[in-house]
Design a protein around this ligand. Structure first.
Ligand code: THU
Length: 161
């Protein structure tokens, strides 16, 4: 038996104003998308903005459904749109902002497991890391240099042989 330790590094900013200006502006676009989320059931609104290598910014939000499992998170909404519209443009970074419409969310909200798996697919596809910044409505912002810091041991195409 051998013990394996997995290590990840995340960076925590105390406030959005500490972020580089271009990242602040990406987060502002995520917030614009967030307030347009369709979340009548959970009332938990999530906005996502992607910066592509070609300079385009794509935004998306969560889309819920009366049949709850048919809804989709903001992260997958935005990344599948980018994959459909710009299949050859690498994704540089993703900004995420999330919070309840009923109370103020002051802690950083990380992407759910299913979204991490979806983002992982695009890191593998483009063979380059995707930076991820996530926050609540206010407060600290967490940065991950790569999805692999949020989801070690991904299931990827290499196992399908
Ligand atoms: N949600 C996201 O959009 N992204 C996540 O990573 C976590 C959860 C959405 C799904 C659902 O509409 C609501 O937040 C509550 O789970």
């Amino acid at each position: 038996m051998k013990e394996i330790k997995l290590e990840s590094t995340l960076y925590v900013y105390d406030d959005i104003n500490e972020l580089p200006e271009d990242v602040q502006s990406l987060m502002a676009q995520a917030q614009k998308a967030r307030i347009k989320a369709y979340a009548p059931y959970s009332k938990f609104l999530v906005g996502a903005a992607l910066l592509l290598e070609n300079g385009e910014v794509i935004t998306g939000n969560n889309q819920e459904n009366a049949s709850y499992p048919s809804g989709l998170c903001a992260e997958r909404t935005v990344i599948y749109y980018a994959g459909a519209q710009y299949p050859d443009s690498k994704i540089i970074r993703m900004a995420l902002i999330a919070g309840s419409a009923q109370s103020q969310t002051m802690v950083p909200i990380p992407p759910c497991g299913a979204c991490r798996q979806a983002i992982a697919e695009y890191e593998v596809k483009q063979n380059a890391p995707i930076e991820i910044y996530f926050m609540g409505e206010t407060g600290k912002v967490v940065k991950s240099n790569s999805l692999s810091d949020l989801l070690p041991l991904i299931f990827d195409r290499s196992f399908l042989k």
